[in-house]
Design a protein around this ligand. Structure first.
Ligand SMILES: NC(=O)c1ccc[n+]([C@@H]2O[C@H](COP(=O)([O-])OP(=O)(O)OC[C@H]3O[C@@H](n4cnc5c(N)ncnc54)[C@H](O)[C@@H]3O)[C@@H](O)[C@H]2O)c1
Length: 356
């Protein structure tokens, strides 16, 4: 099969990560970059840079694009690409808000071009392994899901003006991935409560947040996070997925999931059950088992392999806009819950009702 011709839109930090991945992958070819402000990356990868997206789409025949431009352009860019029949790998977030996400979904339904949303963690082999353990019934019906993400962002991170203002905090930038995985592993969330704090940095943006969720299957969850706390607990430190940015603490876990029959910690994939021949009771010693977590496979290569399958029409996107809109909706509900100090039910979001 011929390698897939892919262009990258947005030559920033994430665009470069995608370019490196495309160049490494045996089934893909980087053919162009589109960035109105810089052609440095195009020069580095020896491909043409287009300052204008229409120029690119009218000049080149593409199998796919990776959209890694600023969030406010995601929806308009994806629609423009779909109008040329080009399959998109659209970086998260899908859109700025639920209303905008619905516009994209409507356009996609009429243009009928696939979009894979870049919730890359879903492609991590460890998540696939955790899902297999859960789907095999090892935990029974899940009762609780406890997730942690705490790390100290360097003070220089906040030199960038937009990092200091509401909307660019730990919730939208980091926890959107954890919320996506909580949904992926345990199903949709029905309602949320939340508290935020900025007591450490005293900036407009939150530096810490605690979130309570009730899943539709009745399980309860907590997600506790801070980007002003020194801690070894968080997806990025524990999975070693992003060693260029995060120092690792691979012996620690960040998700603790327990059910009627057993418990599982992620990413180390240790799970506990009562021995089959003994009574289920808090006085019975638990048996600990372990699946060796597969940390070897590059998550971005795995995501790209899946994108190739989507372009070939042999796979449905593991993260579609119809799925990723739930993450956008969750962010909005959590912000509202924290602001108004009340339980917010996802179905009450006015614009989301229209899509139901
Ligand atoms: N999956 C993840 O874990 C992850 C991590 C970081 C960023 N992201 C996402 O990737 C996207 C890019 O983030 P980044 O950190 O690379 O940002 P960045 O600021 O480093 O890069 C953005 C690039 O887009 C270019 N640009 C601006 N307007 C454009 C336009 N209209 N068309 C094309 N290019 C344009 C800029 O010149 C810049 O080169 C964001 O949507 C972000 O949310 C995802």
């Amino acid at each position: 099969m011929q390698s897939k011709k892919i262009a990258i839109i947005g030559a920033g930090v994430m665009g470069k990560k995608h370019a490196q991945t495309i160049v490494k992958h045996p089934d893909t070819e980087l053919v162009a970059i589109c960035d109105p402000f810089s052609d440095a990356m195009a020069q580095e990868f020896n491909v043409p840079n287009y300052k204008d997206l229409d120029d690119l789409l009218n000049t080149m025949t593409l199998d796919g694009v990776v959209i890694a431009n600023p969030n406010r352009f995601h929806v308009s860019t994806a629609i423009q690409c779909m109008q040329h029949g080009v399959t998109c790998l659209l970086e998260k977030p899908l859109a700025l808000n639920t209303a905008e996400a619905l516009t994209l979904i409507e356009a996609q339904q009429s243009l009928n071009v696939p979009i894979l949303v870049g919730h890359h963690r879903r492609h991590n082999k460890i998540i696939q392994q955790a899902k297999e353990i859960i789907d095999a019934g090892t935990l029974g019906e899940i009762n609780t899901f406890n997730a942690l993400w705490s790390v100290y962002k360097p003070d220089s991170y906040f030199d960038i003006e937009w990092h200091r203002v509401a909307g660019a905090g730990v919730l939208a930038i980091n926890l959107v991935h954890d919320l996506d995985l909580m949904r992926y592993l345990n199903g949709e969330i029905e309602s949320v409560q939340a508290m935020t704090s900025n007591k450490n940095r005293k900036l407009e943006v939150e530096d810490s947040i605690s979130i309570l969720v009730r899943f539709k299957n009745g399980a309860l969850g907590t997600l506790l996070a801070s980007d002003a706390a020194v801690s070894p607990w968080g997806w990025d430190q524990n999975t070693e997925e992003n060693k260029t940015s995060f120092a690792v603490s691979p012996d620690q876990d960040c998700y603790f999931i327990s059910g009627f029959e057993g418990a599982l910690s992620v990413p180390n994939l240790e799970y506990w059950n009562y021995p089959k021949d003994q009574s289920k009771s808090w006085s019975t010693s638990l048996m600990k088992n372990k699946v060796e977590p597969n940390k070897e496979e590059d998550v971005y290569i795995r995501q790209l392999t899946h994108f190739v399958d989507v372009m070939n029409g042999i796979a449905e996107p593991i993260s579609s806009p119809q799925d990723a809109i739930h993450n956008i909706q969750l962010l909005e509900c959590i912000e509202l819950a924290a602001k108004e100090q009340r339980t917010v039910y996802l179905e009450q979001l006015q614009c989301f009702k229209k899509s139901a």
